[in-house]
Design a protein around this ligand. Structure first.
Ligand SMILES: *Cc1c(COP(=O)(O)O)cnc(C)c1O
Length: 430
């Protein structure tokens, strides 16, 4: 595969953009090799600057459930463009999008639109702290909620429940308000609650997609809800990735547990910068200007992003059996991959939730970040490189989730499984 243009273009990017990328994982640091510079895309394909074509299992990191350049989404964006790119004043389109989200998700009575998932979770935390008049928050090791200071905190050592900043630049004074529990481990959550009598909220990805795909157990989520109620803390579901991806109701279809606040992003923006947080009216009405909790955004509810998101949600709702069909393809893919891996002596753990899929080169069932980190990341890197060479573009890290879109079909999945067979045989004989 010739990637000369990508190599040259990426070098040039590095001279003006730190690491050559505007979001770190795009730089391929954990798999090695040169990132492809993408010049265009359609359906489930990416085309790079050397005209190589790839089957895309990233889909802009989740948003493009209908694939690239879906005709209805593009049409909706074009119509919105003709009316102007933004007004800084309320529009009926925002109300319509809010209603589509509210009608899909139990417990959400009001919603506010923002421009990124990071903003959504950051704002939800502020609201939860204001509502409960408490300062501490609990998150889970391996869950990602965007890059705001309070949430860039990872597990402390030993049995410490207070976390450490996971990035330079995050003051210890901030991270000391963030307690970190182990995913799928109620005892560790309980320990966090007991070590602070000041917990405003628990934030969790009910279907974690940022340590690979690691869903919460049903009993665990039930227990999280009960502990939140016992300690008068709000429960925030971060469904920025799983919302409208795992099902039309996000994680609700899997757990039947309703959170107090929920964050959305990715799919609800149809590929444009749009996210949201919502929940019960009595909490949401604390937001300015109704209440006194300040939160704002120059481009929040931008009409172009709203048009893309609205067209996406409407099309999802109108496409019969969409999640069943996406899930069928995801299961076919992961079972096929696993079978090929096993044939050549590699152990693989796989998981599917609707259109989300994950796989680990790991001997054990992955239920938390500690086990996820025991995966064979070197093998993953070699697998990733070889698949890319064959035109199959998986996320360039073991700790990311994969996505199926409606532009994929059985034929495409079969081709990928055949490629896996070739790659595993090469890896075995390497
Ligand atoms: C992607 C993601 C975020 C952050 O969203 P951005 O739009 O990248 O800021 C937050 N939470 C979860 C669960 C995500 O997957």
């Amino acid at each position: 595969m010739n990637i000369l243009n990508s190599i040259n273009d990426f070098n040039e990017a590095k001279s003006v953009i730190p690491g050559g990328v505007n979001s770190p994982v795009r730089a391929f640091q954990s798999v090695g090799g040169n990132p492809r510079m993408i010049k265009k895309a359609y359906e489930c394909y990416l085309i790079d600057e050397d005209n190589n074509k790839y089957i895309d299992f990233i889909q802009s990191w989740g948003p493009l459930i209908l694939g690239h350049k879906d005709s209805d989404v593009i049409e909706s964006i074009k119509k919105a463009l003709e009316r102007g790119v933004g007004y800084g004043a309320p529009t009926t389109a925002e109300t319509k999008l809010a209603k589509e989200i509210i009608s899909s998700y139990d417990g959400v009575e009001k919603i506010r639109l923002v421009s990124s998932g990071t903003e959504a979770t950051m704002s939800a935390l502020r609201l939860a702290r204001a509502y409960s008049n408490k300062d501490d928050i609990i998150k889970f090791d391996g869950c990602y909620h965007g890059h705001s200071d309070s949430l860039l905190v990872s597990a402390g050592s030993g049995c410490a429940t207070f976390g450490n900043p996971s990035s330079p630049g995050v003051p210890n004074d901030f991270s000391k308000h963030t307690l970190v529990a182990r995913y799928n481990d109620l005892a560790s959550l309980q320990a966090c609650f007991e070590s602070s009598n000041n917990v405003a909220c628990v934030i969790i990805e009910p279907i974690a997609g940022n340590m690979g795909l690691v869903p919460a157990d049903k009993d665990f989520i039930k227990g999280v809800r009960e502990l939140c109620d016992k300690f008068s803390a709000l429960l925030i579901f971060d469904e920025v990735m799983s919302g409208f991806r795992a099902s039309l109701q996000g994680s609700l279809a899997y757990y039947d547990i309703v959170p107090d606040l929920v964050t959305f992003g990715k799919v609800i923006g149809g590929g444009l910068p749009l996210a949201a947080f919502g929940g019960r009216s009595d909490i949401m009405d604390l937001l300015s200007p109704q209440g006194s909790v300040y939160q704002a955004g120059t481009l929040s509810g931008n009409p172009i992003a709203v048009a893309a998101g609205y067209a996406t949600l409407i099309k999802i709702k109108q496409t019969k059996n969409i999640y069943q069909n996406l899930e069928r393809l995801a299961i076919k893919l992961t079972e096929g991959m696993k079978q090929k891996a096993n044939e050549f002596g590699f152990s693989m753990q796989t998981c599917v939730r609707g259109s989300m899929f994950g796989f680990f080169f790991n001997d054990n069932y992955v239920k938390n970040f500690e086990i996820a980190k025991q995966s064979d990341t070197k093998l993953f890197a070699r697998f990733h490189q070889k698949m890319l060479e064959r035109g199959v573009y998986f996320a360039p890290s073991t700790f990311e989730c994969g996505f199926i879109c409606t532009a994929m079909n059985e034929e495409i999945i079969n081709k990928v499984i055949e490629d896996c067979e070739v790659v595993f045989s090469e890896l075995k004989n390497a």
